[in-house]
Design a protein around this ligand. Sequence first.
Ligand code: NI
Length: 138
Amino acid sequence: MSDLVRFSVSVERPLFERLESLVCQSGYENRSEYVRDLIREKLVEKEWKAGEEAIGTITLVYNHHLRQLSDRLAKVQHHHHEHILAVTHVHLDHDYCVEAILIRGKAEEIRHIADELRREKGVFHAGLTMSTTGKHLS
Ligand code: NI
């Protein structure tokens, strides 16, 4: 672990109280842990804005009965196979499927793959979660 640095921050009391409430609601053991994670969130956002190599998860919800939708989604994924780390498919019920696709690549490549999948007719929801390779976070 790197050296710890202590620093003080001045904020208005209402803002401080909201921070305390967030720390408490999130179940963090202390404020420092919470603030560390806030900083990391910002660093991940910055990595994505800078177009650096990143990790993303796309979550797709769709009805597999719709015209060859499963095939069309698989075709997009095969086209980008070098970026796709893993795919988990779950049959939610008789009609609906959810697929979680873990992707590694430049931020814009991940966004591009998410957009290609999202615009296939029959996809009800496509969520993109931004994460990081962790290289620049320690
Ligand atoms: Ni299914």
